[in-house]
Design a protein around this ligand. Structure first.
Ligand code: ARG
Length: 253
């Protein structure tokens, strides 16, 4: 049976409207913002038992409160997060994404909510600088800026990538790789939480600014997030959340 013209027309309307990102007004009317994160990147976003928590979870909750909306959280694999924005499966992503030129072609970044960078982590005191990685096997998360930047180094024996950053940590702890390149604060937390593993934090491989992402061109939402973040940075809330998780204020300066 051939679909009627009316059916075809209404399908087109549906397609067109589902391809439209929700503006700030749409979200406010609905009362809920859908935010996606990974949930496997402590201390930024991770699960404590069944509970999604971390610096970025607290920060997003505080931003949403300022915007007058509730959050409906989604937790997905890291590589699914930006793609889902393009498909309007959620309104915002907060998952420690560094602002890169490549990503900026696909999504719109807000102002950064922290500044950090990828550092060398190893058990071997002789492996602490990017130059020390020559001839070594290095673990990095798939799709991350760690992979991107480590791939630019020459002379490595092998770059092993894992879907989750926590798998990189396990590979290092179990001696399957010589080094792990990850966020400096992730490394700091890993060193503190598993002191017996003998991990050591080395030097920066690169630095980056970390921000939330919205669908490309969703300016009203990006602006609302920027305003909420600026408010939290001005009234002490940001500093309190940052100190709770990191023992320091990690905003970009
Ligand atoms: N900052 C790095 C990047 O931009 C890693 C982010 C990892 N985030 C995560 N939720 N696992 O690619």
């Amino acid at each position: 049976m051939r679909p009627s013209r009316l059916l075809l027309a209404s399908m087109l309307v549906l397609l067109a409207s589902s391809a439209e990102a929700r503006t700030l007004d749409d979200i406010k009317k609905n009362g809920k913002i859908v935010i996606a994160t990974e949930g496997a990147f402590p201390p930024f976003n991770f699960f404590r038992g069944p509970v999604l928590t971390g610096f970025e979870v607290d920060l997003a909750e505080a931003m949403a409160k300022r915007m007058g909306v509730a959050i409906e959280w989604r937790a997905l694999s890291f590589d699914a997060l930006l793609a889902g924005l393009r498909q309007d499966r959620w309104d915002l992503v907060i998952a420690s994404f560094g602002i890169t030129e490549e990503r900026s072609k696909a999504v719109t970044f807000t102002n950064p909510h922290y500044c950090s960078g990828g550092i060398v982590v190893s058990k071997d005191p002789a492996i602490r600088t990017p130059a020390d990685l020559v001839g070594k096997t290095v673990a990095v998360q798939t799709g991350s800026t760690y992979l991107e930047n480590v791939s630019k180094l020459t002379g490595l024996k092998e770059v092993k990538n894992f879907p989750k950053d926590t798998d990189c940590r396990s590979a290092l702890v179990n001696g399957r790789v010589d080094a792990w390149v990850t966020d400096r604060f992730v490394a700091k937390a890993a060193l503190a939480s598993s002191a017996s593993a003998g991990l050591r934090a080395g030097d920066f491989v690169f630095v980056e600014r970390i921000a939330c992402a919205v669908k490309q061109g969703n300016a009203s939402l990006a602006q609302a997030v920027n305003e909420a973040l600026a408010g939290l940075m001005a009234d002490g809330t940001y500093e309190a959340i940052s100190r709770k998780w990191m023992n320091e204020d990690i905003r970009c300066r």
